[in-house]
Design a protein around this ligand. Structure first.
Ligand SMILES: Cc1ncc(COP(=O)(O)O)c(C=O)c1O
Length: 380
């Protein structure tokens, strides 16, 4: 089945008992057991819930993995995945990943003896030389949040396999419609489903998909033991959002291209980070490993232009955290999404104060450009 059909009919399609075309919301915490030691597949909703199970099967189908797991947020999914490791283990991370992923490693897991090292994962030699015997996984985002660096997932996964470590890919920016890391050799895929998977800025949620049975058993154990599960209603919202993922991503792709090209030609702007530009260093890799360039853009205002005035002058584009919704969302990474990364490190990787991150929504591109143009004029 092609992915456009799988988005609508993958996982568990509808309800066999009643013929309802949508999976019902099983709003229950527990299940009646007919006899001691017997149940109908479910015993307690932290362990399993039919609405969540339908979503988990669907995301596993979409990512072409062995099993999926749904969590109360993207960070809960990341926390569960990092919990696969133990004291003394180390995770190699891309150098400008989402601030919260950096924070949970540097401020939470560090306290339990799980270390990390920051690597430019676009440089394969750097990746190779960063792996010593303590490293157990390479955790990448491609494109990275917010600077849109592209890592060659297949090449990194080959190095990881050679060295006997896992490849974990945060696929939030791309979604399985545009990129399927497991088919490129990754072991685990993570999403902040709050973003494109849900697509409507109405749920905070996360998913993880694993490649094989061994990882599935271990992650299910952690999901049940630690308990950060996605409730039934939010599971329903994700199933509903996923049905339109293909049409949404197509429009995000085409709108972002138009907005990126517009921004590139403006005098107020120093630099635009967008992997769909032919001169982006990751352009060829992105073309090879993904079906599009996505809806995310980052750009730097030139000196002399005030980012606060710019952000506050926008009328159609929503100034706020998050991304991947039907509405365009804009934020200031240095003080918002990436504030937990130390100042020196932010400067080093390019998360400067004049950097703006834009999630291009599904509005008319013409309206978006007009709104941005007015705000740019106000930013002087
Ligand atoms: C790439 C990426 N991964 C993970 C997360 C964390 O997800 P959540 O906010 O759903 O916990 C985010 C949130 O912005 C993100 O952008």
């Amino acid at each position: 089945m092609k992915i456009e059909s799988l988005l609508i009919h993958g996982g568990i399609d509808g309800d066999e008992n009643t013929g309802a075309v949508n999976v019902p919301i099983y709003q229950t915490s527990t299940y009646k057991q007919p006899r001691l030691g017997e149940n109908k597949g479910y015993e307690y909703s932290r362990t399993g819930n039919p609405t969540r199970a339908a979503l988990e099967k669907l995301v596993a189908d979409l990512e072409e993995g062995y099993a999926g797991f749904a969590f109360a947020s993207g960070m809960a999914a990341i926390t569960a995945v990092i919990s696969l490791f133990k004291s003394g283990d180390k995770v190699v991370i891309s150098n400008n990943i989402y601030g919260g992923s950096f924070r949970v490693l540097s401020k939470v897991f560090n306290n339990f003896g799980i270390g990390y090292s920051i690597v430019n994962t676009t440089d394969l030699e750097e990746v190779r030389s960063s792996i010593d015997e303590t490293v157990k996984a390479i955790f990448i985002e491609s494109p990275t949040n917010p600077l849109m660096d592209i890592t060659d997932i297949k090449a990194v996964a080959e190095i990881a396999r050679e060295k006997g470590v896992y490849t974990i890919v945060d696929n939030t920016f791309m979604t399985p419609y545009l990129q399927k890391p497991i088919t490129l050799g990754a072991d685990i895929v993570i999403h902040s489903a709050t973003k494109y998977i849900g697509g409507h800025s109405d749920t905070v949620s996360g998913v993880a998909v694993v490649k094989n049975k061994e990882l599935a058993e271990r992650l299910h154990f952690i999901q049940n033991a630690t308990g950060g599960v996605l409730p039934p209603f939010d599971s329903f919202l994700l199933i509903r959002g996923i049905k339109t993922l293909a049409v949404r991503m197509d429009r995000h792709n085409s709108n972002a291209k138009l907005v990126a090209e517009y921004l590139r030609n403006r005098d107020e702007i120093e630099k635009v980070y967008y992997p769909g530009f032919e001169d982006h260093p990751g352009y060829e890799v992105q073309k090879r490993q993904a079906k599009g360039f996505g809806g995310m853009i980052a750009f730097v205002l030139k000196e002399g232009y005030d980012y606060k005035k710019f952000l506050e002058s926008l009328k159609l584009v929503t100034f706020g955290e998050s991304l991947g919704g039907v509405e365009s969302l804009i934020c200031h990474p240095a003080s918002m999404t990436h504030a937990s990364i130390p100042y020196e490190l932010r400067q080093k990787v390019g998360i400067v104060d004049n950097l703006i991150r834009l999630s291009v929504g599904l509005e008319s591109a013409e309206d978006l450009i007009e709104d941005i143009e007015n705000a740019l004029k106000e930013s002087k």
